[in-house]
Design a protein around this ligand. Structure first.
Ligand code: GUN
Length: 290
């Protein structure tokens, strides 16, 4: 069994980005600038956004954090977005999801200038992805593609099962794995909460990508011997044996699934760090696209 270490691959990606930033600085070119908008004080979102800002520091990007009140109106949030769209110093930005219930997420996503859409969530970005045109890939699927490449995991002709059909992970992942490319050329099944015989479908996968949002959902009986398993989930579960009182788990019951796998990504240290590295890559792409 080979561990798919997103931590290791993301460090390599960040080193490469830092070198490029150094070159830009040496040429007197503009330093890439990423902004993040966060609405409210959701703990998990704060953690993710802080990690994104820290990653900017590490590679030498400028970063701006726009922290807004939980009860901001949709109208005012859209005004903040307009400011970021017209600010020529900002190359790309993200609006951390989820947003409070009174705000229409789709409307917000569609207000982001597609040229600055480093999350790859705008319909223009998703359309380009579908057509295999150059553009911003959503950060998590992009990170998974890069990990598969790094470990030379065979994909051509394989059966890839994606569990979960979210707009930001499962759906784009299914498109990327079916592309006429490497990684890709898979026969893809997109399974979800209404799928019949989900256990058998999962167990038929050569490559199982799990983004279903349920702690330790995938058990050993749902995985084929020799499969590749990529775990997108991250959850805090209570654990009195830990000083913090909790531990992090994914959507996969790692201890019992890992021995059956050819490749498996751990949680933490798997997909998570790659998502951030991909966001930085997209920001560099936004700079070059100018
Ligand atoms: N919430 C969970 N994942 C993501 C992500 O990749 N980007 C943003 N903006 N919000 C998220």
């Amino acid at each position: 069994m080979q561990l798919v270490s997103g931590k290791e691959v993301s460090n390599k990606v960040k080193d490469e980005i830092a070198l490029e930033v150094q070159k830009l600085k040496n040429n007197g070119s503009k330093i890439p600038h990423l902004a993040a908008v966060i609405v409210g004080k959701d703990g998990a979102s704060q953690t993710y956004v802080n990690a994104k800002v820290k990653a900017c520091d590490r590679v030498g990007f400028n970063s701006t954090l726009v922290q807004l009140d939980e009860d901001i109106t949709e109208e005012l949030l859209l005004l903040e977005i307009e400011k970021l769209n017209s600010n020529i110093d900002i190359d790309g930005y993200i609006v951390q999801l989820p947003l409070p219930n009174h705000i229409n997420e789709q409307k917000v996503t569609e207000s982001v200038d597609p040229k600055k859409d480093v999350d790859g969530f705008h319909p223009v970005s998703l359309g380009k992805m579908l057509l295999h045109l150059p553009g911003f890939l959503p950060a998590t699927p992009y990170g998974i593609i890069e990990m598969i490449k790094h470990y030379n995991i065979p994909t051509e002709g394989k059966h890839c099962v994606v569990l979960g059909r979210s707009h930001i992970v499962g759906s784009p992942m299914s498109v990327l794995m079916a592309r006429k490319d490497y990684p890709g050329n898979c026969t893809v099944t997109l399974a979800h909460s209404r799928t019949q015989n989900l256990d058998q479908v999962a167990a038929s996968a050569d490559i199982l990508i799990v983004a279903i949002g349920k702690p330790e959902f995938v058990t050993a009986d749902m995985v084929k011997e020799g499969a590749t398993v990529i775990d997108v989930g991250i959850h805090r579960i209570e654990d009195v044996s830990k000083k913090s009182g909790f531990r992090l788990v994914g959507d996969v019951k790692f201890d019992e699934v890992a021995p059956k796998c050819a490749f498996i990504s751990p949680v933490p240290g798997g997909v998570g760090p790659m998502t951030i590295a991909s966001l930085l890559k997209n920001t560099l792409l936004a700079v070059k696209g100018k």
